[in-house]
Ligand binder design. Structure first.
Ligand SMILES: NC(=O)c1ccc[n+]([C@@H]2O[C@H](COP(=O)([O-])OP(=O)(O)OC[C@H]3O[C@@H](n4cnc5c(N)ncnc54)[C@H](O)[C@@H]3O)[C@@H](O)[C@H]2O)c1
Ligand SMILES: O=P(O)(O)OC[C@@H](O)[C@@H](O)[C@H](O)[C@H](O)CO
Length: 490
């Protein structure tokens, strides 16, 4: 049976019991992908199920050509979709989520999107636009004004196309109309995601109108958050298994692990849904939670994925079940990431790390190594390089982090250990792959790329560890390299 408002009563899986007609848009979300649908939209759906937050329905917005598909898929089923939680014991827990009540593909009608963002009823503008979506230069940490899409929005006089252009135009209209400022809530995996969002939106606005930038910085709030739920890309297998096992035909369901966590800073300009009623931890300072998650889970993923790919793994759980890989990742977490963390209120870090390896090893998630290996140039500088820099400054260990960077550099050569091509998915691939190939004769070529690594190649301690690992990867291969490194085989 197809998912739609009309078929809800007949679907044999849990569905919204609330009337969606009564739900109005209070949140406009940019970047409705797998994660938003498995996380924030699920939390709002839980609130609606409790009879709360009716004014906090979600309207999704897509700005990139790839988002057209999401607009069509959601429109075809009244913006309903199925979230399947995949438990490690093989149990699947599907539920139709009803909190997304509208979706706009911005290029169709940018003016309507700007007006929606400027409407007083829109009190939160949220984002999962990926790490790259914030348009930050890795070397300077500044907003990249030279980006062609940003230049278009700043200079062309045509309707805005980027999240920066659309949101800033709406904020300008609010200011002119004497309306309240909204909250801009980043839910991306970026350290200080709220602070980063604040920086990029005010910097963009300053280029247009310094007074507007002042108004934004004074009135708009940008809460930091830690968000966590492993959500792979939806596969055809999930679509067909949902149909076969539950008789639910959904154009674009999303499957995710059952674990979920959201720690959110109490920093809202114009109210918020009572998210604490559905398990969100509202705190004054998110930093310790963010650091813990980004440096253990996300950087841990990076520790796993390039070595795993080179060793022939294509699925995350299979790699995480290899004691050599699991031991390497755990050793990185213990000896290099953990010393850079702050105490995390209410969390036993040892238990957290053990649970992470178990989550990676969950065979039901079927997350792909390819997903983790994509857009590395947006991930390594944001999650791993800060760990390296801190350890270099304090005299801490960097050997395993250096090996992770070397595994990426080896992977970026675009050829695996069997001589087969690797599809390097990275917005910088055209520059990174040729640079990586040069390292066969010039071992530090990759890390001399200051756009990604800053001045890391000037540090001898890092360079020694890095060149050792790269050399071992070239001469002995990934498995043998890991065997030479300190690990914690189970
Ligand atoms: N998937 C996960 O396990 C997970 C978990 C925690 C946090 N996150 C965060 O969510 C982000 C998205 O993950 P996902 O799994 O939903 O990915 P996805 O590919 O399914 O969706 C990404 C969305 O972001 C949009 N986007 C990308 N670049 C953009 C840009 N420059 N401007 C505007 N929109 C842009 C895309 O169009 C798409 O709608 C991640 O990058 C991460 O920061 C993901
Ligand atoms: O989605 P990204 O690009 O931030 O990173 C890839 C994964 O590390 C990430 O998606 C994790 O699965 C997620 O952060 C778990 O909560």
């Amino acid at each position: 049976m197809r998912v739609s408002e009309q078929t809800l009563p007949e679907l044999g899986v849990p569905v919204p019991s609330y009337r969606r007609d009564d739900v109005s848009v209070g949140i406009v979300h940019f970047g409705v992908g797998g994660f938003h649908r498995a996380h924030q939209a699920m939390y709002v759906d839980r609130l609606l199920e409790q009879g709360k937050a009716k004014e906090w329905g979600i309207c999704g917005v897509g700005v990139l050509p790839g988002d057209r598909r999401m607009q069509e898929a959601l429109a075809a089923q009244d913006h309903l979709y199925t979230l399947v939680l995949t438990h490690p014991d093989g149990t699947w827990e599907p539920r139709v989520i009803g909190s997304i009540v509208d979706y706009r593909y911005a290029p169709d009608d940018p003016e309507a999107v700007v007006e929606l963002l400027a409407a007083p009823s829109t009190r939160i503008i949220s984002l999962t636009v990926t790490e790259g979506g914030y348009n930050i230069r890795h070397d300077t940490g500044e907003f990249d004004v030279d980006d062609p899409a940003v230049q278009h929005d700043l200079r062309s006089g045509e309707p805005p196309t980027t999240v920066f252009g659309l949101v800033t135009e709406a904020l300008a209209r609010r200011r002119e109309r004497g309306l309240r400022a909204p909250t801009v809530m980043s839910c991306d995996n970026i350290e200080g995601n709220g602070a980063v969002a604040r920086r990029v939106f005010t910097e963009y606005a300053r280029l247009l109108d310094p007074d507007l930038a002042e108004w934004i910085s004074e009135h708009v709030r940008f809460p930091n958050s830690m968000v966590d739920r492993i959500t792979p890309v939806t596969t055809d297998e999930v679509v067909s298994a949902l149909s076969e096992r539950f008789d639910v035909q959904d154009r674009w369901p999303v499957a995710a692990e059952s674990f979920t966590s959201w720690v959110l800073e109490e920093a809202f300009a114009d109210g918020r849904p009572p998210l604490e009623d559905v398990g969100v931890q509202i705190v004054d300072d998110v930093a310790p939670y963010e650091l813990m998650k980004l440096r253990l889970l996300n950087a841990g993923h990076q520790g796993l994925c390039y070595f795993a790919y080179l060793m022939g793994y294509r699925l995350v759980h299979e790699a995480a079940q290899d004691p050599l890989l699991a031991g390497f990742v755990r050793a990185y977490m213990d000896t290099e990431a953990t010393p850079t963390l702050e105490p995390v209120p209410g969390i036993d870090l040892d238990e957290y790390k053990t649970t992470l390896i178990e989550r990676f090893a969950n065979p039901e998630i079927r997350d792909t190594i390819a997903r983790l290996c994509a857009e590395s140039s947006d991930r390594i500088p944001k999650w791993l390089v800060p760990v390296i820099r801190e350890n270099l400054a304090t005299g801490g260990h960097v050997q395993l982090s250096a090996a992770i960077v070397a595994s990426w550099a080896r992977y970026a050569e675009g050829v695996d250990e069997q001589g087969e091509p690797i599809e390097v998915v990275d917005r910088l691939a055209d520059t990174l792959v040729p640079i990586a190939r040069r390292q066969l004769t010039h071992p530090t070529a990759f890390i001399e790329n200051t756009e990604v690594f800053g001045d890391l190649a000037q540090n001898h301690r890092f360079v020694d560890a890095y060149t050792w690992a790269l050399d071992a990867l070239h001469n002995d291969g990934a498995r043998a390299t890991l065997k030479e490194l300190p690990g914690e085989p189970e």
